[in-house]
Ligand binder design. Sequence first.
Ligand SMILES: NC(=O)c1ccc[n+]([C@@H]2O[C@H](COP(=O)([O-])OP(=O)(O)OC[C@H]3O[C@@H](n4cnc5c(N)ncnc54)[C@H](O)[C@@H]3O)[C@@H](O)[C@H]2O)c1
Length: 364
Amino acid sequence: MNEVRFGVIGAGYWGPHLIRNLSEIPDSRLTAIVDLSRDRLRALQPRYPYARMSEDPRDAFQDDVDAVVIATPVNSHFRLARMALQAGKHVLVEKPLTRSSEDAAELIRLAEENGVRLMVGHTFEYNPAVLALRETVRRGDIGRVLYIDAARLNLGQYRTDVNVLWDLAPHDISIMNFILDSEPTHVSARGNACIQDGTHDVAYVELKYPEGVLGHIHVSWLEPCKVRRLTVVGDEKMVVYNDVAAEEKLRIYDKGVVKTTSSGDFADFQLGYHYGGVTIPAVPSGEPLKLELLHFIECIHSGETPRSDGLSGLRVIKVLESADKSLHNGGMRDRIHNLESFEVLAGSSASGAVGVYEMVMEEA
Ligand SMILES: NC(=O)c1ccc[n+]([C@@H]2O[C@H](COP(=O)([O-])OP(=O)(O)OC[C@H]3O[C@@H](n4cnc5c(N)ncnc54)[C@H](O)[C@@H]3O)[C@@H](O)[C@H]2O)c1
């Protein structure tokens, strides 16, 4: 199978970006586009006359489809992904994978059972700037990571199905997990529902990673300026990733605090500041979404586990669930169950996925 035939479900804001990229990739063929809105389908028909347009999701699970991409609101992810997996299709689900960890674990189990690939749209894990940032950190160029601070702010888009945490924070949680190659053990969150009753539109999340690394995420739909910034502070250097910058998205600052002692007694120390230069590493070009889809196609061909597989989606959901709990409990710190011990099991064997599933169910 050289060409992968795709069905896309959901053609609102994000779906058309997926559809455009799929139509441009030589190894892919767009077979079906599904949306509940006839108007959305009508708008896309002239551009993709060769694709079947339908309001019925079952049209994306027919024999002429190998893989299904789901870009609908979060509440429908589980139901549609389950149907696609049960029909034996490879599935890419937009972030966040599902609305609960039980549902995410069930999708992992189903993918294993049917021998198909399950991937989640953690787009930033395919972003060349994030990959370069990860390499910088992992090579030890900035020393030991002390903390990571992320801000994802703008005015809108308000959603009614999920709060700002579930909408925007999956990106930053997945980036932090990816850079640190780890997952947080504890989370606390505070925020406010300023405009819509009961739906938080601003949140401040604190994540505690192993080895004392602190993660902080500020997300908001109610800010005057668009900000997409992530700062990694190391004990030798600091990196700022600014995703809204037209160029030079990554800047490495040779700055830091130096502790010195003249007497040799460490209780008797002095603080100095080191101000060095700024390095701007070259970042390869490439649209992250296209790179993500190419990776999905590659995994379908090779049978490899995708970088952002179901398990990585589940890890993000666990953080979101705990953060949500904390948000509604006055910012109380919540312990996240560590899935690390299941990683080996979950590799690609069915028993591993079932292990995760059983554990999550037990815990619920
Ligand atoms: N990876 C990213 O950077 C990124 C960016 C934006 C959105 N997203 C994700 O993409 C998904 C969709 O977001 P959006 O902004 O496009 O939402 P949207 O509301 O603009 O579009 C959703 C579309 O799905 C259709 N739909 C709803 N339920 C359906 C169903 N059961 N069957 C078929 N069609 C259905 C709606 O008619 C609508 O056209 C969300 O999960 C969101 O988190 C990801």
